[in-house]
Design a protein. Structure first.
Length: 181
């Protein structure tokens, strides 16, 4: 049996950085999703809609203050991020139906890279992968994306990003950073 290597011995926290989605936008996406008449998968609760920047996975709680301090030093865009979610995609390997972005703004890629570097200094990030911004609509999804009566076109204007903890199917904000500072 593997030995627990956590310095604190406390239970891991399942963490990720994300752009949150405002209430009005969440309702609009949820209404659009209802129009898809999904017959596969489990819909993601509307209150959990977000665009992941970096998934960290299991993190020892003792590392959270150092992580936040490292992110405090990350260069931020200095202006709100604008992202267009305009593609409905099925990701078979992940078993997810997502709203993706045809184009990823360079400033968003730079932010994700900076977060990866901050996490790497603490040994928290895994191997870097191509960043694909997306909002997960449904998990355990199988098959092709359904035909949408109305093409997706959701503009996200993010003014901050958040460190979330995933706990029993709910996402709890732990810290937040402005994009405009």
């Amino acid at each position: 049996m593997p030995q627990d290597a956590r310095p604190s011995g406390a239970p891991f926290k399942r963490l990720f950085f994300a752009l949150s989605i405002g209430e009005t936008q969440r309702r609009a996406v949820a209404q659009w999703r209802r129009g898809l008449n999904l017959r596969s998968g489990k819909p993601v609760p509307t209150e959990n809609f977000h665009v992941t920047l970096l998934f960290l996975g299991d993190v020892d709680p003792i590392q959270v203050p150092a992580l936040c301090a490292a992110v405090d030093q990350v260069k931020r865009p200095g202006a709100p991020l604008r992202l267009l979610l305009d593609q409905l995609q099925a990701w078979p390997k992940a078993g997810a139906l997502v709203l993706g972005a045809r184009d990823t703004p360079a400033v968003l890629r730079q932010l994700v890279y900076a977060l990866e570097q901050a996490a790497l200094t603490l040994g928290l990030a895994g191997p870097s992968r191509e960043y694909r911004p997306h909002l997960t609509l449904s998990r355990d999804f199988r098959g092709q994306p359904p035909e949408a009566g109305v093409a997706p076109e959701f503009f996200l204007n993010a003014r901050q990003f958040t460190l979330y903890e995933s706990r029993k199917g709910r996402y709890w904000p732990l810290a937040e950073w402005s994009l405009t500072d």
